[in-house]
Design a protein around this ligand. Structure first.
Ligand SMILES: [Zn+2]
Length: 335
């Protein structure tokens, strides 16, 4: 497994992205519009119906122990109160809360406690929060931890973070088999999965390995996080293999969320934002979920900022409504 320095590097990258997000937000404030394209100067009452979302499918919480371990101390862990406040200020009804139990440590001792912590946060507002177990397939205990964690009433799905602090490599056949075993387990549990496939765009061999694993689990309901990856073109790494003859994967049970990816390109030239919209349209707007990647200690964006970011993209009003009204039940429960 990877060293502690890789964990620190991962946290540093998250921090860097959040600094970037703050800088971009400050520079672009005057251009902000609401989700329906109304001016930000419109009276609050007329803006309110346009704001908000049925669900934010990508939020995180962190325990004090993990926060101490990753930062060296002095940074408070997450609270349910803070997360609910962020949802309330954005008029977002629900959130999927993703455990960080997958972070690479010398051993798997963080995985179960971090999942228990996430469950305890969800237990404070079970009508609004939906827990996902953070699983590192690289640990021998991964599948047994899925069984244990999904037995907790608050936990319904599985979050995987394959590269970037998890010590996993798609080109390592043992790692690919371990990831595949975790998806087998998700299938047995009929549990939805959210996977951050890579921390940086995959090279050909890694991508083919990822497509083989995903393609061999067509029945697992899977969110490929961050528009397929943080780089704008990464969703095409799924779209093109799905359109190949014969297709390498089926898109039927694949979904994506717009966290982090849209924020990175929020100040891009309009032509590039149009291209991103075109890709998501080709993917299928009904399979695009709203997400912020909120984490109190290193927020990529708050849910409210993520709503503002979404409004900067040239979607049609109808497409925006489709994304924001989608409760993700097709992914969460398969209906
Ligand atoms: Zn995330």
């Amino acid at each position: 497994m990877a060293s502690r320095s890789r964990v620190i590097l991962g946290v540093a990258m998250v921090g860097l992205l959040s600094v970037l997000a703050v800088m971009l937000a400050a520079g672009d404030r005057e251009e902000r519009t609401t989700a329906a394209g109304q001016s930000a100067d419109a009276p609050a009452s007329s803006r309110r119906p346009a704001r908000g979302a049925a669900i934010d499918v990508h939020t995180h919480v962190i325990s004090q122990a993990l926060a101490d371990g990753l930062t060296g101390g002095g940074v408070p862990g997450s609270t349910a109160e803070d997360l609910l406040e962020r949802l309330d200020e954005a008029n977002v009804d629900k959130a999927v809360v993703l455990s960080l139990g997958y972070f690479d440590l010398p051993d798997d001792s963080n995985m179960a406690p971090e999942n228990d912590f996430t469950a305890s946060i969800v237990a404070e507002a079970p009508d609004r929060l939906i827990g996902f177990c953070g699983i590192n397939p690289g640990y021998d205990s991964a599948v047994s931890e899925i069984d244990r964690c999904l037995a907790l009433p608050e936990m319904v799905g599985i979050k995987l973070n394959i590269v970037g602090g998890s010590g996993l490599d798609w080109e390592n056949a043992e790692h690919a088999a371990a990831i595949s075993a975790v998806l087998d387990s998700a299938g047995r549990h009929d549990a939805p999965v959210l996977m951050h496939v890579a921390a940086a765009p995959l090279d050909d061999d890694s991508l083919l390995s990822a497509l083989a694993v995903i393609g061999s689990h067509p029945d697992v309901r899977l969110v490929i996080a961050h528009c397929g990856g943080d780089a704008d073109y990464e969703i095409e790494q799924y779209l093109i293999p799905a359109a190949a003859t014969p297709p390498l994967i089926s898109l039927d049970n694949l979904y994506t969320d717009v966290s982090s990816c849209l924020s990175f390109y929020r100040d891009a030239p309009r032509s590039q934002r149009e291209l991103i919209v075109w890709r998501l349209r080709k993917w299928g707007i009904e399979r695009v979920f709203f997400g912020s990647d909120y984490l109190s200690i290193a927020p990529a964006e708050t849910p409210r900022e993520a709503l503002d970011t979404l409004a900067r993209y040239p979607f049609t009003d109808r497409e925006i409504r489709t994304i924001l009204s989608n409760d993700a039940s097709a992914w969460l429960v398969g209906t």
